[in-house]
Every structure is written in structure tokens, then in C-alpha cells.
Design a protein around this ligand. Structure first.
Ligand code: KDG
Length: 319
């Protein structure tokens, strides 16, 4: 265990972005209300774990300017340990246009960003080797050769040290093609213990399968002991150390579904860190997913542990 932590911790590697989200439906227009927030799958997971009382460390490149300062300030305020490399390149931007009430359009501005200049030398070996869990996603390897090699190095260090390696496929079609994602992620998958995938992401990984059970088996065939297939409102199917589990989704009113997958992973991983059994990991994962979709922003609405019960019963008004 690293000297920075006294308890089992999760470490994650990735890019945190500034997010500008239009508040009202319609085309972007001059003077529109646009809200500044932060996004990034890996830091979303770190915040989710930290809010549940787990210990989380985030590693990445951060611009040496006001947005970089904001990212670090917010992550630290959330109790996440940050190990940034400050970089003169800018912070990436994610723009969310609410084109209609039910349809968002996302635009990335992340070429040559600080986060995409991550290199293997940025990964502190002692921190990764001392973790209980390393969590990576398919987004960072899509940012370029340096980030792909950095993630591969983190996975190699962790796997060699016996650290549980978790991968969320998180396929982003704006960053690369399905063929590129497969070519880059399958070698990573072979060194992972636990994989999270949406239905489509699992289909992209396992040829010809559609049924969640077959998809999870196909993923585990590459090497991981556990695969969790996230199916949105239909819940999740998991194959964990050879046993299958079904976790229904928690019914809530959907406000903004972006970030739900990260929230789900955070809930699962926080319980894994706490030594909880699969049923509890999946239940908390589903609860965090429900918090994420029923609140604004990727992570801002995620619960503290004491708040889990708000969605964990049938009475909507706690008095
Ligand atoms: O999972 C939510 C992420 O998509 C969002 O936070 C931004 O990391 C992000 C990305 O690259 O899409």
C-alpha cells in the first residue's frame, strides 16, 4: 500500500475535461445559458468512490491554467487524491447541446489537450502497485499513442503486482472506430480481472453474441474473472467468478443519463474495496446509476453513503 493511503484504495488514470452544458433545449444560440462543469469517466468514478467513503486516487495531465486549477480544486474537495502532471497544453472541452428535450449532442475539443499528452512515465509505479484496484476505461487509450501506452503500463504494473484491474469499455465513437477500439482494448482485456460493458460495447467485443449471458461469458473467455453487462433501464447482468447475477435497475425519472455508467462502476468498485459480496456491489452500482440519471451533471448528484437509502425504498419522501 502506498504511503499516501492507510486503507485499500482505488487508483485510476485518465483525462478530466471542462464541460459546457446548455441549460435549455434548442440549438446553441448567442447568450444561451451554459453551465460550466467537469467531466471525465475516470475522475467521475474516483468521485463516486470517494463520496461512498472509499479511498480514490486520480492520475492524469492537467493544464497549467485556471481550468486546470479548477479541476484539481474540485477533485481534491471531493476527497480524491490527485497526482497530476501539470502541462502547458489546454484542458479539453466537452460541449453538450440539448438539441431537443430528449436528444443531446456532444462535441469534443480535445486534440493536443494536456490530458492527451499523458505518457507512461507519468504513471507512478508505487502508487499503482500499492492499490487494491486499478480502474481504467477505453476512453484514455483512444486519445493517442501516449495515453494508450500509459494505460497499458498502468495495467501491466497492476497485473504484475496482483492488483485487481477493472476496465470499463466506454466506447466513444467520436474518438475512434469500432475496429480501432477492438484492436486496442482486447490486449488490455486479457490482463483485466473485471470488465464493465454496455450491451453494444459487449457486442463490439464478443463476435456474434447478443444475449447478456453469452456476452459476459465471451468477455470472461479473454481472461477476466468477472464481467458486468450494463443494460440501462433493463438492469445489469453479471458473471462474477463463474456465478451469474441479475440486478434490476432502480426506477427513477431520467433527467440526464450521461455519467450513469461511471456511477454504476463507482458503486460496484466502492463495495469491492469495502470487501462486500457481489449482490451488494451490484445493488449499490444500480443505486448510483439511478442517482446519476435522475440528477444533472455526470457526478454532481452522486450520493454520500448515508444518502443511498433515499432511492433504496419505495417511499419518495423521507421525513
Ligand atoms: O462517461 C461520461 C463521460 O463520457 C464524460 O464524463 C466525458 O470522459 C468523458 C468522455 O471522454 O466522453
Amino acid at each position: 500500500m502506498s504511503r499516501r493511503h492507510k486503507e485499500p484504495y482505488l487508483v485510476t488514470v485518465g483525462e478530466t475535461l471542462a464541460a459546457l452544458s446548455a441549460s435549455r433545449p434548442g440549438p446553441l444560440s448567442l447568450g444561451a445559458d451554459v453551465r460550466l462543469g467537469l467531466a471525465g469517466a475516470e475522475s467521475n468514478v474516483a468521485v463516486g468512490v470517494s463520496r461512498l467513503g472509499g479511498s480514490a486516487t486520480w492520475i492524469g495531465r492537467v493544464s497549467d491554467d485556471a481550468l486546470g486549477d479548477l479541476i484539481l480544486r474540485e477533485l481534491r474537495a471531493e476527497g480524491v487524491t490527485t497526482l497530476p502532471v501539470r502541462d502547458p497544453a489546454p484542458t479539453s472541452l466537452l460541449l453538450k447541446e440539448r438539441r431537443t428535450t430528449g436528444h443531446n449532442r456532444t462535441y469534443y475539443y480535445r486534440t493536443h489537450s494536456a490530458g492527451s499528452r499523458l505518457v507512461p512515465e507519468d504513471i507512478p509505479e508505487d502508487v499503482v502497485a500499492g492499490a487494491a484496484v486499478l480502474h481504467v476505461t477505453g476512453i484514455t487509450p483512444a486519445l493517442g499513442d501516449g495515453p494508450a501506452r500509459a494505460v497499458a503500463r498502468a495495467v501491466d504494473i497492476a497485473a504484475d503486482a496482483g492488483v485487481t484491474v477493472s476496465l470499463d469499455i466506454n466506447f466513444r465513437s467520436l474518438l475512434w472506430s469500432e475496429a480501432e477500439a477492438r484492436a486496442a482494448l482486447i490486449p488490455l482485456l486479457r490482463r483485466c480481472d473485471l470488465v464493465f460493458a454496455g450491451q453494444h460495447e459487449a457486442e463490439l467485443t464478443v463476435d456474434g453474441a447478443k444475449d447478456p449471458g453469452r456476452l459476459a461469458e465471451g468477455i470472461c473467455h479473454f481472461g477476466p474473472a468477472s464481467a458486468v453487462i450494463k443494460r440501462g433501464a433493463e438492469g445489469a447482468y453479471a458473471l462474477i467468478d463463474g456465478r451469474s447475477y441479475r440486478q434490476p435497475a432502480i426506477p427513477v425519472q431520467v433527467h440526464d443519463s450521461v455519467g450513469a455508467g461511471d456511477a454504476f462502476a463507482a458503486g460496484y468498485l466502492a463495495e469491492l474495496l469495502a470487501g462486500e459480496p457481489p449482490e451488494r456491489r451490484l445493488r449499490t452500482a444500480a443505486l448510483l446509476g439511478a442517482f446519476a440519471v435522475s440528477t444533472a451533471g455526470d457526478w454532481e448528484g452522486l450520493p454520500r453513503r448515508s444518502e443511498l437509502r433515499l432511492l433504496d425504498h419505495h417511499d419518495d419522501n423521507v421525513r
